[in-house]
Design a protein around this ligand. Structure first.
Ligand code: FAD
Length: 508
């Protein structure tokens, strides 16, 4: 076994959490190296190019995209802003029933209120409450919940946070405890009862989270990064390299090396060993806890999170390169179906379709990228994996979807130039995420309190070892995992009695 020179901090994974931790560590004088098993940075925050089309696999909206708004300072520190440009939509998506009746989810609460009342005057009361909630959340700074590691918060910090949260306690309590699906039951109009649960892409989302999304879209703080998710991640990787960090691509960590209950480095699958004073795992939570270290170090509390009680979101995505300009069509439509269609062993009552013509850099001129996203179960794909039917199944399911698209976009089938399919196993293979989860634990009423608290980032019986990223920040998301990386370095600086500092690039 070859042992390499020691460094201050080793980071496992060059996803957004790992890259952010690396940047803030370098800014604070720590020498770091990141091991990334893939050949690219970004992890789940990625895109892939096929025959001139760029298929985006991640960001629909990025909190912090608006200068001077919540989370934007973070992107400035990480060298993304002000250079990166964003597309801001004035509607999040549309939901259309077979008869053509359509709910347009405008981000402007006034416009949304008027439109909803036109659709169902009888539901005026619920509509008014909902839109008032969105207006309230335009003033809510979600980044407050992540601004300092909870372990370092003093009584004064908690008081200050409570004071800032005070005006939002009522809307938070009221809308944090009800899902979009439950909220829909308050409506009298049958179309809205069906459409409301689809408004934010998953029906168990706490309404408060959906409201915050629309609120931030309205204040132009939830844009799509032009060039796509991979380009966005590459900008942070570039910042990390400029700060003097090292990324070792194509090297997978097998074990965290431990001596006397202290992490002392990592061993790679190629049998090389690297030493460090500290190790930060910024990759999949399950493999970190159950294969990179011995079970004896994992608390019962941490083990319990993985016993199947918490929700996970796995996705099946069909991406299409199309020889047709779809820019005249609404960019995201969820079609409600009269009769369900069975795809990946589940009856589907709706199909969500999105095109990316709002960013012309993602397809050749006159052509379009379109994606169809479906929630799916990991177990279904895992059962058939390794057998010839796995490939056949991907083709069959995508063909069913393509046939369906013909109903909504007549003649489209003949214009399709490229089809790409990603199952939960693709996400698992490329990023190591347990069950191909797209965000760690899915944000629901049950996991919302965990998101606010965060899960423990250290293990009591193992020193110099830290975990960050979407598996310890329930709900995940690009800004929250970047804050996770920032916070851990703040904690490490505190342990070393260093003053945590950041440097911001003013002009590049
Ligand atoms: C389809 C989809 C849509 C999304 N939409 C949005 C959105 O609109 N807005 C938003 O904010 N967020 C969105 N997210 C969520 C967001 O992308 C994730 O929560 C976030 O990127 C997770 O980052 P991470 O660094 O914690 O983990 P990851 O991205 O999983 O990074 C972990 C990295 O570690 C590497 N790795 C794993 N194991 C090892 C090992 N043993 N050795 C070395 N390297 C290893 C992996 O290859 C990977 O690069 C979306 C995600 C998906 C998939």
């Amino acid at each position: 076994m070859k042992t390499n020179a020691s460094t201050d901090i080793i980071i496992i994974g060059a996803g957004i959490a790992g890259l952010a931790a690396g940047c803030f560590a370098q800014m604070n004088g720590y020498k770091t190296r990141i091991f990334e098993m893939h050949t690219l940075p970004g992890g789940l925050c990625t895109a892939w190019k096929r025959q001139g089309f760029t298929f985006d696999g991640c960001i629909h909206y990025l909190f912090g995209s608006g200068q001077g708004q919540p989370f934007s300072r973070l992107w400035q520190e990480l060298g993304v802003l002000p250079k990166q440009q964003f597309v801001n939509h004035d509607e999040f998506m549309r939901i259309r029933e077979p008869g053509g009746k359509t709910l347009v989810v405008y981000s402007d609460p006034d416009r949304l209120e008027q439109h909803l009342i036109e659709l169902s005057p009888l539901d005026r009361q619920s509509i008014g409450d909902f839109c008032a909630g969105i207006r309230a959340f335009t003033r809510f700074d979600l980044s407050l919940l992540q601004q300092k590691p909870k372990t370092l918060m003093t009584l004064r910090d908690w008081k200050r946070l409570s004071w800032k949260l005070m005006p939002f306690i009522c809307p938070l309590a009221r809308w944090g405890n009800i899902s979009a699906r439950e909220f829909a039951n308050r409506f009298k109009d049958p179309f809205l009862r069906r459409a409301i649960p689809q408004m934010f892409a998953w029906s168990d989302i706490p309404v408060m989270v959906g409201m915050s999304l629309l609120a931030y879209m309205h204040t132009q703080n939830a844009g799509f990064p032009i060039g796509g998710s991979l380009k966005f991640a590459e900008a942070i990787a570039q910042r990390y390299l400029e700060l003097g960090g090292e990324i070792h691509y194509g090297l997978q960590v097998e074990r965290v090396s431990i001596e006397n209950r202290r992490a002392i480095g990592v061993r790679l699958y190629n049998n090389e060993e690297y030493r460090a004073n500290r190790v930060i795992s910024a990759c999949d939570g399950h493999s970190t806890l159950f294969s990179s270290i011995d079970r004896q170090y994992v608390t019962r509390q941490m083990q319990r999170y993985y016993d199947g009680r918490l929700p996970i979101h796995s996705q099946f995505q069909v991406s299409l390169g199309i020889n047709r300009d779809l820019s005249g069509e609404p960019h995201w439509v969820t079609y409600l179906l009269d009769k369900p269609v069975t795809i990946a062993d589940e009856a589907r009552f709706e199909i969500g379709i999105k095109h990316y013509c709002f960013d012309p850099s993602l397809a050749p001129p006159g052509k379009s990228v379109m994606i169809v996203m479906l929630k799916t179960t990991y177990d279904y794909w895992q059962r058939i994996y390794g057998r010839s039917i796995y490939d056949a199944e991907q083709i069959q399911e995508s063909n069913i979807l393509i046939d369906y698209l013909e109903n909504f976009y007549p003649g489209l089938k003949a214009d399709i130039e490229f089809v790409d399919v990603a199952t939960p196993l693709s996400y698992e293979r490329y990023t190591g995420n347990w069950q191909g989860s797209t965000c760690g634990w899915l944000l629901t009423k049950k996991t919302l309190p965990l998101m606010i608290q965060g899960l423990p980032k250290t293990l009591p019986k193992l020193r110099n070892f830290y975990t960050i990223g979407q598996w310890v920040e329930p709900g995940g998301s690009v800004p929250v995992v970047a804050m996770s990386g920032r916070n851990i370095i703040q904690q490490i600086c505190h342990e070393d009695r260093r003053v945590f500092g950041v440097n911001v690039i003013i002009d590049r």
